[in-house]
Design a binder for this molecule. Structure first.
Ligand code: BTN
Length: 331
């Protein structure tokens, strides 16, 4: 582990308390006289560290910049139950990409391992579902993709999206203390407006998923002017809803920790994830209309099935499994 990551991990574990110089030296395996220089390196990167002759050092502020070191340090500082086993095994941060989903696909073809996460501070060709553009302004959100190689048949791929929406909703609730909810199939909403979207893309053969690329976009500190006009009517950001800027790095780490847990559960015991999804979901129990290409399916949103498909009870009593589309709740 790099020295910077180790110091940050210690500071995050200390949760704002002082850490003694000797303690830092022991953890970093450097002479005590070297600790000050290591902290100075972090200060040059924008971290604010207070030093006290008796109490040692404490972290007072962090820069609003995504780095692999900082995200890893936060993941390492989590308690065992939230420390990821696979997700975030490798983390790459780009200043700008076309789409992080494409970067992950490219790296997957050269043998990258499951759990790789690629973040970008901005995307020039971010995409959403149905080929729509996804606006990804620099430094305002979390735009990232995760490489997965799930042992699932392609028909059960929606489980991944379900797990990811639970993880994003949990992380937003935990980090920003707001009532994030899920709108089927892949939107996380706050006060009825979309704050995050999920795009799961597959490379599969008839009976097995070769790889899944989970793309997540979270509008963290976007202002309303950052959204294209057609999106501004339905979108919001965590900053707009809470009234202040949110810590993107803290949220990124929390999402990865939560997703690691939800992903394992989705593979081994999908029912527990589906139950939590149902509790967070604003769609179930409502009269809905789903538009899929030229088709419209109307009915009562009844439940999720074991593959993560939505079961819609139509007016004639028949149940239809719906795997995608644009959903509207009927008033
Ligand atoms: C949607 O709601 O339509 C899904 C939006 C997904 C956006 C994310 S941002 C990171 C990743 N890269 C992309 O090009 N898209 C996803």
């Amino acid at each position: 582990m790099k020295a910077g990551t180790a110091i940050l991990e210690t500071f995050y574990q200390a949760a704002g308390q002082f850490v003694q110089n000797d303690e830092l030296a022991r953890l970093l395996k450097v002479p005590a006289a070297r600790v000050n220089a290591e902290n100075a390196d972090l200060e040059r990167l924008g971290y604010t560290i207070e030093s006290h002759p008796h109490f040692g050092y404490r972290l007072l502020g962090t820069p609003d910049r995504l780095t692999d070191d900082d995200i890893k340090a936060r993941l390492e500082s989590f308690e065992a139950s939230l420390k990821p086993r696979i997700i975030g095994s490798e983390i790459l941060v780009f200043d700008e990409t076309a789409s992080t989903n494409d970067v992950v696909e490219h790296l997957a073809k050269s043998g990258a391992r499951e759990g790789l996460v690629v973040f970008a501070e901005s995307q020039t060709r971010g995409r959403g579902r149905h080929g729509r553009a996804w606006s990804s302004p620099r430094g305002k959100g979390l735009w990232f993709s995760v490489l997965l190689r799930p042992a699932l048949p392609p028909a059960a791929a929606s489980r991944i999206t379900v797990a990811a929406s639970v993880a994003v909703a949990r992380a937003i609730r935990q980090t920003c203390c707001v009532d994030a909810r899920i709108k089927w199939p892949n939107d996380v909403i706050l006060n009825g407006r979309k704050v995050a979207g999920i795009l799961t893309e597959l490379r599969a053969e008839a009976d097995e998923i070769l790889l899944a690329i989970l793309g997540i976009g979270i509008d963290v500190n976007c202002a309303i002017e950052d959204f294209p006009p057609e999106v501004a009517k339905i979108a919001t950001s965590l900053q707009i809803e809470t009234g202040h800027a949110q810590d993107r790095v803290a949220l990124a780490a929390q999402v990865l920790g939560e997703f690691d847990e939800c992903y394992h559960a989705a593979l081994a015991d999908f029912e527990t994830v589906a139950d939590e999804w149902a509790r967070l979901c604003t769609t179930l129990g409502r009269q809905i209309v789903v538009a899929i290409a030229q088709r419209r399916i109307e009915g009562f949103a009844h439940a999720l099935d074991g593959d993560g498909a939505l079961l819609v009870r139509k007016d004639d009593g028949r149940i239809e499994r719906v795997l995608g589309g644009d959903l509207a709740v009927k008033l």
